[in-house]
Design a protein around this ligand. Structure first.
Ligand code: EPU
Length: 434
């Protein structure tokens, strides 16, 4: 069997320019959002990553026509979609596939989908999604592998006031999708404020929805009869941008990161400045440079506008390089530190106690064979590999390909020595010794 891995010869500072692609977590929400329009939509600035390809494939499997117009633009025609079983294997590949539930429920009053997959950060409950759908009048059946939602027996969805017990991006988005065409007004209180929630609301409003308050913790959705097709461009990916910001700082580089919204990465810029990194902000780009040592810091990940949990592993690598003891506290997921074992293989001195990592720096990273245990963990391994002396090999890179467009091309263009290599893996075929 063939498998791919990344090979990095570390020690080269990142210089020049890197352009940020469209945001994964917006793109997937908007792709499923097109189901509500019953029309043709043209979506621009879609990143070329496997989560986008899988989302488009799920839509095709239920009857959408998808046409690629150029590298980042697709026409999606959802007129002939029928609600029903999307392929189990595709849905299991990614978390955001559960947006099919909110979107089908919003359009047809009923939905049926496999339980979603995605990165493993411990338990990933969907109780708040279910609570929201039920409040709108849907009956929910959760079998082991499938979820059924049906409001047709009650005459369709009816707007409701829904208080989220915790701040959740996924449930906020799913309820927004379901409520767009419900009868009456829905209010989501304690809603997530992430830029991708706002991006989806902007897309839906451009298609004829009536959503106000996205970006605050109270979102109001007045149900409308019909949505229509629209041309819409996805916002830049703040986590991809943040990853390059940290990579530039870690390698002691001087890098201009273009096509981003500086406001979206403010929490990351603030921490880099605290560590002694130079951060120069422009309208839609940021220049990151560092020549001196890094200061130890404390970081706690939180929902937006707090420091993003999806930057936890990358930031950990930078904190390893700082002088003294830094503290990294995870405020969103139960089990985000699975990558730490891999960083320890590269020389890091990190102790994890539940949701807190105590990082003793400065680490002289040295190359080792490591694994991407999830998407952002994979990004952290790349950053550690760019810093380490010697040749780092990273396996399980399908995780990285879910969320980073052409990471090899982008980093090579900025001076990194990174290659994607295909190797023959015979371990499965080997006889087991007695
Ligand atoms: N939660 C519940 N009940 C629910 C839903 C969530 O208790 O019904 C809890 C979760 O257990 C977690 C917290 O709420 O502790 C936040 O979960 P959230 O629903 O916000 O996460 P998500 O929507 O599943 C999205 C991103 C993740 C990112 C999180 C947090 C997408 C497709 N995924 O996940 O992105 O980590 O928000 O910001 O938007 C990534 O891009 O690498 C990634 C994993």
């Amino acid at each position: 069997m063939e498998k791919e891995k990344l090979v990095i010869n570390g020690g080269k500072p990142l210089t020049g320019e890197i352009e940020v692609s469209g945001m994964k977590n917006s793109a997937v929400a908007i792709i499923f959002g097109t189901i509500l329009t019953e029309d043709k939509c043209v979506i621009e600035n879609l990143p070329n990553i496997s989560d986008v390809t899988h989302s488009l494939a799920i839509l095709q499997s239920i009857g959408a026509k998808v046409k690629r117009i150029n590298k980042t633009t697709y026409e999606i025609d959802t007129r002939k979609i029928k609600p029903g079983a999307s392929p189990y294997d595709l849905v299991r590949k990614m978390r955001a596939s559960y947006y099919i539930l909110g979107a089908e429920l919003g359009r047809f009053g009923k939905a049926h989908a496999a339980y979603p997959g995605g990165c493993d950060f411990g338990t990933r409950p969907i109780d708040q999604h279910i609570k929201g759908f039920e409040a709108l009048g849907a009956k929910i059946d959760v079998e082991s592998a499938y979820i059924d939602a049906d409001a047709t027996a009650n005459g369709g969805l009816v707007g409701a006031n829904i208080y989220m017990d915790c701040v959740t991006v996924g449930a906020t988005i799913n309820i927004m999708l379901a409520a767009c065409k419900a009868n009456g007004t829905t209010v989501i209180d304690n809603a997530a404020r992430e830029p991708h929630v706002v991006d989806l609301a902007n897309f839906l409003n451009a298609s004829g929805a009536n959503i106000t308050g996205a970006g605050t913790d109270v979102i109001k959705i007045k149900g409308v009869q019909k949505l229509h097709g629209v041309n819409y461009a996805v916002i830049p990916d703040m986590i991809e941008a943040g990853t390059f910001m940290v990579a530039a700082a870690a390698t002691g580089g001087d890098l201009l990161i273009t096509n981003l919204i500086p406001k979206h990465v403010e929490s990351i810029s603030a921490k880099l400045i605290e560590m002694g990194v130079n951060v120069e902000e422009f309208d839609d780009s940021i220049r990151i440079s560092r020549s001196g040592p890094l200061n130890k810091i404390s970081v706690k990940t939180l929902p937006y506008p707090g420091f993003p949990t999806d930057m936890n592993p990358q930031m950990c690598v930078l904190m390893c390089l700082a002088d003294g003891v830094s503290m990294l506290s995870e405020g969103v997921w139960d089990n985000r530190f699975r990558y730490v074992e891999e960083l320890i293989l590269m020389g890091a001195d990190i102790k994890v106690d539940g949701k807190l990592a105590v990082i003793q720096g400065p680490t002289e990273f040295s190359a080792a064979p490591v694994k991407a245990v999830d998407l952002r963990a994979g990004a952290a391994m790349i950053i550690a590999g760019l810093v380490a002396s010697g040749k780092t090999e990273i396996e399980n890179i399908h995780h990285i390909q879910r969320g980073y467009e052409d990471i090899v091309g982008k980093l090579s263009g900025a001076g990194a020595d990174i290659k994607l290599v295909t190797v023959i893996d015979n371990t499965d075929a080997m006889p087991i010794a007695n």
